[in-house]
Ligand binder design. Sequence first.
Ligand code: PLP
Length: 223
Amino acid sequence: MTNISSNLFKIKDSLPESVRLVAVSKFHPAEAIREAYDAGHRIFGESRQQEIEIKHGQLPKDIEWHFIGHLQTNKVKSVLPYIHTIESVDSVKLLREIEKQAKALSVRVDCLLEVHIAREPEKYGFTMDECREFLAGGEWQDYQGVTIAGVMGMATYTDDKEQIRHEFRALKAFFGELKDSFFRDDDSFRHVSMGMSGDYEIAVAEGSTLVRVGTFIFGEREY
Ligand SMILES: *Cc1c(COP(=O)(O)O)cnc(C)c1O
């Protein structure tokens, strides 16, 4: 067994069945993804349009690609043909562009609203109030290219486990609030994407449904 596949099995064994694993393969070569694929894994996370395009060409077509990085509006059109889920929708402007381009391509893409939960000032992500305001506006109910499938968040980069727990708990509670307010009868709003290599165990304990783990599986990235 390779390192990658044994790491993959280690983490999969530790996750409850209700939690899905996104293997974050950004900056790792297609051969590394292939190893995880051959070990049975199908969901991979990438953060750059060009990298996905290249890897998509090199790898089997039943891979479910998740986009997890900041996405510029001018890259939306070129990334859509390869993508199952965009986890990092961080503005209304971006969401509208995804809707416009997906509709034009007659595809439908799952989108998660990236919510700013960390203590450090972030460049990207919605505040909770911005999410509430957008959803209350209702335009998303007519979207044909976008399914709003949940929320995503990143905790503060810190050793303080209680701080991290507190932030994940807040995101889970916020998901519950949005579910009750806007998606009560809508099963497609279902994901709380939280947890990375350093904090996924806390995230799972706090109700994550989707963890995004890179380093633990593939090793350190060389940028
Ligand atoms: C890179 C990245 C990850 C994976 O981080 P690791 O620490 O390598 O597990 C998860 N989520 C996002 C949004 C990322 O950019």
